[in-house]
Design a protein around this ligand. Sequence first.
Ligand code: F6R
Length: 242
Amino acid sequence: MIHVYDTPRELYDAAAWLWIQAALDRRRGQGGLVGIATGTTTAPIHETVARLYAVAPFDTRAIAICAVDDYAGMEAGHIASCSERIRRQLMRPLGLAEEQALLPDRFTGSDAPLQYEDAVARRGGVRMQMLGLGEDGHIGFNYPGASFGEGAHWVDLPQSTGDTLRRLYDLPAEKAPTHGLTLGIRSILMSRRIVIAATGARKAAIVRDAVLGPVCERVPASALQLHRDVAWLLDKEAASLL
Ligand code: F6R
């Protein structure tokens, strides 16, 4: 299903309501986690969730979340880490306890991906995974060429990811992360529902390739064509080549 909004703002509002709905859904059999991605697209969605909560607080006790990925080797609590951004953008504003979130920065060592994937499964899997889309088609840290058959795994990050992070967070070169942990495409496809958001003309070509192009590992987001419940949330510019 593709939803096109006139402005990014309208998209952020719609996505925030979807997030709240998924997070609060306590129907039988609806256990599981709400999966979070960080980045410039999802940050304003999280801010909107927090703003809505501040004016009309809802019961957050049953909310459980997890992160789709995080950088490795960052100092604990560093603002650039995905786990810390999730704490700042969602957990603190919504008053969520640490036990309500599964965050990769608590998992270390070569077994960390397996342990993370197991922990997600033990919590009932991912009920709704919200994703952003990279200009090269990446989702989570699954970059072009990532195998669709992979579960959680360690990834060597491309230079561009380290550069973006350095620019956004003013990090010295030696502090830019070089690898990270991500849920794989196979794990993402196991989510019961997937919501992916993209805005701006820079994403138009990759949105077209992911939605209309062949399903291939060169375009990781094209794997979403294999899932039966995916909502694409696009602003007019990102949808302009569909
Ligand atoms: C980060 C993540 C990434 C981003 C993607 C889009 O946790 O999972 O896949 O979603 O890089 O980032 P933005 O929204 O900044 O364009």
